[in-house]
Design a protein around this ligand. Structure first.
Ligand SMILES: CC(C)(COP(=O)(O)OP(=O)(O)OC[C@H]1O[C@@H](n2cnc3c(N)ncnc32)[C@H](O)[C@@H]1OP(=O)(O)O)[C@@H](O)C(=O)NCCC(=O)NCCS
Length: 150
């Protein structure tokens, strides 16, 4: 098991495919809806097993030089709740820290609040409602206080 950055066109095809499958397909959203303009300027991470099977994905971008944002966290359905999302999140946080972030923000789906709380994120505002159905809550974590979440 390792966390890598997608490099080849095939890596990116699989990366966006999992993002779409977990975060868009269940709400009948078309292919392409899983991407946004920041993808070209973001850090993309994928978790693969020893047989190169893709298990999870996540993205990091910067809103300011000190504030990073995590988006599009997705672990393949059969592999959820086995610690894989935590592995990915920790690596995204490590990248954010080494790129100079002091704070990480994210918009958590209500269904994922427990996951982010466990990692030391705190709600600090209302978020948006996606597809008129999925409520999000803005959460943040100070990297100076990192270590409080696991
Ligand atoms: C949210 C997600 C990325 C978490 O990854 P994961 O691999 O399932 O999570 P982990 O196994 O690392 O979870 C670690 C801990 O976080 C908590 N947790 C994880 N998912 C949770 C959930 N949906 N609700 C409440 N707590 C949760 C649990 O305490 C868990 O530990 P436990 O299993 O020992 O109780 C993954 O479940 C997922 O892709 N979900 C669907 C897509 C999604 O909601 N993405 C986030 C968009 S904001």
């Amino acid at each position: 098991m390792r966390v890598i950055e997608p490099v080849t066109a095939e890596d990116f095809r699989r990366y966006y495919d999992l993002r779409w499958k977990i975060l868009r397909a269940p709400w009948d959203q078309p292919r392409g809806s899983e991407r946004d303009a920041r993808d070209a300027h973001s850090t993309h991470l994928m978790l693969v097993d020893d047989g190169q099977r893709l298990l999870g994905v996540g993205r990091l971008h910067f809103n300011t030089i000190r504030e990073a944002q995590i988006r599009y966290m997705a672990v393949d359905t059969p592999q959820q709740r086995q610690g894989l999302g935590s592995l990915l999140l920790r690596e995204l946080e490590s990248r954010a820290r080494s790129l100079g972030a002091a704070t990480i923000v994210l918009d958590a789906r209500e269904s994922a609040l427990g996951f982010y709380r466990k990692h030391g994120y705190h709600p600090n505002g209302t978020g948006h409602v996606l597809f008129q159905r999925i409520a999000h809550l803005r959460m943040s974590k100070s990297l100076a206080a990192a270590g409080q979440g696991r």
